[in-house]
Design a protein around this ligand. Structure first.
Ligand code: NZQ
Ligand code: ZN
Length: 397
């Protein structure tokens, strides 16, 4: 077995009605003055925001609101949050919502604890992050896994750049997970969530260790069963968003897919995420949709790196019975793409709604994806700019 570090410090409180424990958990984790970070209106409409601020008030916890985190949260929103949090003197950040509110909250936590440093420098790796404030989460969508992950993704709209920062300071102190809070999700967001959860698992499953035969069997089995559970329950929640059992399974898979357990002992690939982030930064498309747009093209391009790995995925996750690895692998890839289509997710640029792009735009996306010549992308097959161009080109239809 390959060596690993597993660090998942987040206290998870899961079940119906658990959001009633929010103020107590803030106190338990040291919060005495709180900035509440949230999105663009869904929690006001559902009444969740009011319920939580009432709790904070009745526990005597002063709090300030910072609403308006958009999908692909903007650096400018996070910077404004830092300013407000410092002025109010907060010692705790509470996020209510999905990946966008949570990631913005993480950025505010880092900026508030480091007032002398502009937060974007952490995302550009120009400054090391050595301290932050604690963050709590009330989750309203099963998707990004940010409620337990070590990651936070921001979009710098001035530069058209979407960038992630991985650090254990991004691990929330607690996450409140009530699947009932997801009942109000629009169908498209449910599908985006299902596919993002699959991608967090697949972007770890296809790893260089797998190519060298250094596989952690338990890690593989966890990943494969998680994928099967998501694939089975996805259509059930789309059919009936108030199916508590199915929503619960999806919500828990969302955290497990991205808290690290699906990647123990291996190097993460995440090239599909990087390809998708470029689309998010340039076209402001939903994260899950950017991933399904790219996965089929990436998989077909990388199949030859390790057909046996794709074949294992096909057999264990999709029940493919072909004996020949190459044939099984191809069938697994096409079954995945068909599944995306069956839940109304895009699998190419026109389905994503951005239209056919010129080679010049594909060049720009590819160059930005390799951080302007500073890196290769991914580890299963480390991708050069030319590889990335070819993958974008295949999705450009
Ligand atoms: O703006 P609000 O009102 O919150 O509405 C949101 C938004 O329009 C809505 N929504 C959320 N919960 C709802 C709801 N609508 C009705 N009822 C509810 N219960 O859904 C829309 C999407 O919300 P968002 O927070 O953007 O979704 P998601 O969780 O998919 O987050 C996406 C962001 O997370 C980043 C993505 O890149 C993207 O910026 N990611 C963060 C990761 C991490 N920190 O670990 C990992 C991921 O790979 C991902 O990159
Ligand atoms: Zn993702």
């Amino acid at each position: 077995m390959q060596s690993f570090i597993q660090y998942t410090p987040t206290e998870i409180v899961f079940g119906p009605g658990v959001e009633s424990q929010t103020a107590q958990l803030v106190k338990k984790h040291g919060g005495t003055k709180v900035l509440v970070v949230y999105g663009t209106g869904s929690i006001e409409k559902s009444g969740l925001l009011g319920k939580i601020t009432d709790q904070l008030a009745s526990e005597g916890i002063p709090h300030l609101m910072h609403g308006g985190a958009t999908p692909n949260p903007h650096l400018s929103f996070a910077r404004a949050g830092v300013k407000a949090a410092i002025a109010f003197g907060v010692d705790f950040i509470l996020a209510i919502g999905g990946g966008s509110a949570i990631d913005a909250a993480k950025a505010v936590a880092h900026g508030t604890k480091n007032p002398e440093i502009d937060i974007w420098k952490f995302w550009l790796r120009e400054e090391p992050l050595t301290k932050s404030l604690p963050i709590g989460v009330v989750l309203t969508i099963s998707a990004a896994g940010s409620e337990t992950s070590n990651s936070a993704v921001l979009t710098n709209t001035e530069e058209g750049l979407k960038r992630g920062l991985n650090t254990d300071f991004n691990r929330p102190a607690f996450a409140i997970m009530n699947p009932e809070l997801t009942y109000t999700l629009p169908r498209f967001q449910i599908s985006c969530g299902i596919t993002d959860i699959m991608m967090h698992t697949l972007d770890r499953y296809f790893s260089p260790e797998a190519n060298e035969g250094k596989v952690n069997e338990m890690t593989d089995e966890i990943a494969e069963s998680l994928l099967r559970v998501v694939i089975k329950n996805g259509p059930l929640v789309l059919q009936n968003p108030e199916d508590y059992q199915a929503q619960s399974e999806i919500m828990w898979c969302g955290s497990l897919s991205h808290n690290g357990i699906c990647g123990l002992g291996r190097t993460m690939d995440f090239s599909v995420h990087q390809l998708g982030h470029e689309l998010g930064g340039s076209f402001d498309v939903a994260h899950g949709a950017s991933l399904t747009t790219m996965w089929g093209s990436w998989a077909r391009y990388c199949l030859d790196v390790n057909p046996a790995r794709f074949a294992r995925y096909a057999r264990k996750v999709w029940g493919v019975t072909q004996n020949d690895d190459y044939t099984a692998a191809k069938e697994g890839i096409e079954k995945t793409v068909e599944y995306f289509k069956s839940i109304d997710m895009p699998t190419c640029f026109t389905e994503l709604g951005i239209g056919i792009q010129s080679d010049e735009v594909l060049e720009q996306l590819s160059y930005s994806c390799v951080h302007f010549g500073k890196r290769l992308v991914g580890s299963f097959k480390p991708l050069k700019k030319e590889d990335i161009f070819a993958i974008y080109k295949a999705a450009n239809k």
